[in-house]
Design a binder for this molecule. Structure first.
Ligand code: SF4
Ligand code: SF4
Length: 99
C-alpha cells in the first residue's frame, strides 16, 4: 500500500509530531529492520524533548509520503481516516496555513 494514498495528499496528521510517534523505546526497537542512522535521531529527539521549540512535520514525511511506511508506528497504522482526530488535525493544519 502506498503511503497516505487514501488521504488525497492531505498529510495533516503527520504535521505536528516532529518525529514518528512511537509510544516507547520498545515499540521503536520492534522495527528491527530500521538502520541505526534512522532510529538514532528519534532517540536523540526524545532526549532533548524539553528543548524542542514547536511542533512540526514528522521527519519521515518527505515529498508528501511517509518514507518508512512499513516501519511506521502503531498509532499511525491505527489512525482512522475521516475520524474525529483526522478532522481535528485537518482543522489545525488549516489554522496554521491561515496564519
Ligand atoms: S488527517 Fe486524515 S485525511 Fe489527513 S492524512 Fe491524516 S488520516 Fe489522512
Ligand atoms: S511515521 Fe509516517 S505516517 Fe507516521 S507521522 Fe511520520 S510520516 Fe506520518
Amino acid at each position: 500500500m502506498d503511503a497516505l494514498v487514501d488521504c488525497g495528499g492531505c498529510t495533516s496528521c503527520c504535521q505536528f509530531c516532529n518525529v514518528p510517534p512511537f509510544q516507547s523505546i520498545e515499540e521503536l526497537m520492534e522495527q528491527t529492520d530500521l538502520p541505526n542512522n534512522i532510529r538514532d535521531p528519534i532517540i536523540r529527539y526524545w532526549a532533548t524533548l524539553n528543548a524542542v521549540p514547536s511542533p512540526g512535520p514528522c521527519v519521515w514525511l518527505q515529498g508528501g509520503f511517509c518514507v518508512h511506511w512499513e516501519q511506521r508506528p502503531r498509532i499511525c497504522r491505527d489512525f482512522e481516516i475521516g475520524g474525529e482526530m483526522c478532522r481535528l488535525y485537518q482543522q489545525m493544519t488549516q489554522e496554521v496555513n491561515d496564519g
